[in-house]
Structure formats: C-alpha cells, structure tokens
Write a protein that binds this ligand. Structure first.
Ligand code: NAD
Ligand code: UDP
Length: 319
C-alpha cells in the first residue's frame, strides 16, 4: 500500500504555513496543520481542505499535547514549527502570546519530536540579528537586540526558541534544523497585517497616502513566498542539514522610500508618499548572506522583486 509520510505544520493557516501545506500535499505527503487562528485564517487553507490527505486541527501549541490532541497527529515524520504572530503590528498586539508560542510552544513541539522521532524544523527570523552591526548578515553573526524594547517579545522569544532547539540537539540528538527567514511577501498576507508591502500596495490601490516610516533610508530585502517555501522544503529534506542554522531570504535590497516609489509606479496610483514617525528599534538595514543555503541546499531565489510585486498587486486587486 502507498504510504504518505505525515508532516505536521504548526501555523499552517498562516501566510507562509498555508503555502507550505499546499506544496507538501502536491509532493505526496499527508499534512496536518495545527493552528489556533490567532493571526491566521481558515480561508488560506481553502485549497488544502479539499485534499484527502489534509486535516486542520484548531489548537494552541502552547497547551501541552497530553490533552489528547497529540493522538490526532500521533506519528509525524516531519514537524515544521511555524506558529507565531509575525508582523510587527500582530506581535505587538499579542506580545505575551508571541513570547509563549516561540518558547513554550517550541518546547512542546521538540518534546513531540523526541517522543516520535520526527525530524524538526524551527522557523526563526532575521529579527534575531536585531539592528545589525554586520551587513549582510551571516548565520555566524550573534546580533544586536534590545531585550526590553517593543520588538523583544518576538526577537527574544525566537532567540529562546533557537536556544531550546539546540538544547534538544545537543542533549537528545534530535534531527533538527533552524531557518532564519528574512522579509517574505506574496498572496495570503492579510491586507491589514501592517507589513510594509501589504500597507504600500493596499494604500496605493485605495489611492490613500503611502506611509513611509522615518526618512525611508532603512533597508529590507524581500523574498517571494514560493521561493521561501522551496527553501523551507529543502532545509527539511536535504541531507546534511541536521543541526544547521540557515538564512533563507532574497538578497535584493531596497530602501523603503525606493520601495514606495516602485509600488507607486507599478500600480499607477495617484497616492502621495508621506513620511510618518519611525517606530522604536526599527532595524536600519537588513540583507541575508545566503551563501550557506546556496551551498548546502542548492537553493537561491528565482523570483525578482519586480515579478513578485506584480503577482502580489494582482492578488490584492482580486480581493
Ligand atoms: P502568520 O501570522 O500569517 O502565520 C502564523 C500562524 O501561526 C497563524 O496562522 C497563527 O494563527 C498561528 N499561531 C500563532 N500562535 C499560535 C499558537 N500558539 N498555536 C497555534 N498556532 C498559532 O505569519 P507568517 O508570516 O506566515 O509567519 C510564519 C512563521 O515564519 C512565523 O514563525 C514567523 O515568525 C516566521 N517568519 C516570517 C517572516 C515573514 O516575512 N513573513 C519573516 C521571518 C520569520
Ligand atoms: N514600514 C514603512 N511603512 C509602513 C510599514 C512599514 O515604512 O507602512 C517600514 C518599517 O518601518 C520597516 C520596513 O518598512 O523599516 C519593514 O517593515 P515590516 O513591518 O514589513 O517588517 P520588519 O520591520 O519586521 O522587517
């Protein structure tokens, strides 16, 4: 009889997690998404929910699994731990929930991995580098994070999650890896999630002012979601990734003022570009060094920012 290795995707109803579920299903896996829908939406799983090898379990992963829910995903082969509010607006609205899902939640999933022998992947973030003093950022850089600032609920809990993951690596010899995701965008980002690309495109489409924070000289590097998901899959399934920390992102770097102008041009909007106050601790620059992902995974992004923005504009127009 044909077997379908079971993948558990926490945060599977979110932006990235739902795309990951679709790709894993297409590759022939059985997939269980575990999500408490705090920032995700069941709608993101419309396609997956039609698939016979897919199930959504609405569950908060900070709640221990002994409560019976674990029985429903009793023998996973792979655990992708993506659950966490991720946009600045979301994690500042839910600071304690964010801190807990990346700490207690990560520990619960590591326990499940230990009990079942499932391979584990922790979705960390470029935010562990904080406001970086090294540019571009390599995996060896330890970061520059404010532990008591408004972003700390996210940054520090991801750092804690990374630490806990490595405890289980060293002590229990689990088969696991950590990916550090840099700014990712594409369809299924909520229009109101506050991220820069969702804000700029939706403001442009509604002919409202495009809000650049600060003077717009700060930079980010933007990865289209299909490239990112390809990198996540490779990080889990490629030989030689056990115990590794891997940056995943697109090195194509923009100043926010230039991104605003680009989106204004691409949408043909009459919106004006306006400057607003820069949020506290907003990193000044960010760009991944992806040498390790290229070497280890044979991965690099294929979708240019121009192509990805076009697709994302089409998506938001269709809503
Ligand atoms: P998202 O908010 O769209 O998805 C996160 C999902 O996790 C949501 O569906 C949410 O309901 C779920 N969730 C949160 N807490 C939970 C809990 N306690 N139990 C169960 N489910 C819970 O965000 P995203 O952009 O898809 O991010 C996915 C992952 O990737 C996150 O771990 C995030 O930190 C990481 N990441 C994303 C980016 C990016 O640019 N999108 C960058 C760096 C890291
Ligand atoms: N930003 C902006 N206008 C907005 C939203 C965000 O200029 O309407 C800036 C924000 O200050 C930051 C960058 O865009 O410098 C990326 O912000 P986002 O929240 O998308 O991601 P993160 O800060 O987590 O990288």
């Amino acid at each position: 009889m044909e077997t379908h290795p079971l993948c558990v995707v926490t945060g599977g109803a979110g932006f990235i997690g739902s795309h990951l579920c679709d790709v894993l299903l297409s590759a022939g896996h059985e997939v269980i998404a575990v999500d408490n829908l705090i920032t995700g939406r069941k709608d993101n799983l419309a396609q997956a929910l039609k698939h016979p090898h897919f199930k959504l379990i609405v569950h908060d992963v900070t709640v221990p699994f002994e409560s019976g829910i674990a029985g429903q995903y009793s023998n996973p082969s792979y655990i992708f731990h993506l659950a966490s509010p991720a946009s600045v607006v979301d994690y500042q609205k839910y600071p304690e929930e964010t801190a807990l899902v990346n700490s207690v939640g990560t520990r619960n999933l590591l326990q499940l991995s230990k009990q079942t022998g499932a391979k584990f992947l922790f979705a960390s973030t470029s935010e562990v580098y904080g406001d970086p003093k090294e540019h571009p950022q390599k995996e060896t850089y330890w970061g520059n994070v404010n532990p008591v600032g408004p972003r700390a609920c996210y940054d520090e809990s991801k750092r804690f999650g990374e630490m806990m993951t490595m405890v289980y690596k060293r002590r229990d010899e689990l088969d696991l890896r950590i990916i550090r995701i840099f700014n990712t965008y594409g369809s299924r980002m909520r229009p109101d999630d506050g991220r820069v690309i969702s804000n700029f495109i939706n403001q442009a489409l509604k002919r409202e002012p495009i809000t650049v924070y600060g003077d717009g000289t700060q930079t980010r590097s933007f990865c289209y979601v299909s490239d990112l998901v390809d990198g996540i899959v490779r990080a889990m399934f490629t030989e030689g990734t056990n115990g590794e920390v891997i940056n995943l992102g697109n090195p194509e770097e923009y100043r926010m003022i230039d991104l605003a102008k680009k989106i204004k041009d691409m949408t043909g909007t009459t919106s004006k570009i306006v400057c607003k106050e820069l949020p506290l601790d907003d990193p000044q620059e960010r760009q991944p060094d992806i040498t390790k992902a290229k070497t280890l995974l044979g991965w690099e992004p294929k979708v240019t920012v121009s192509e990805g923005l076009s697709k994302t504009i089409v998506y938001y127009r269709s809503l």
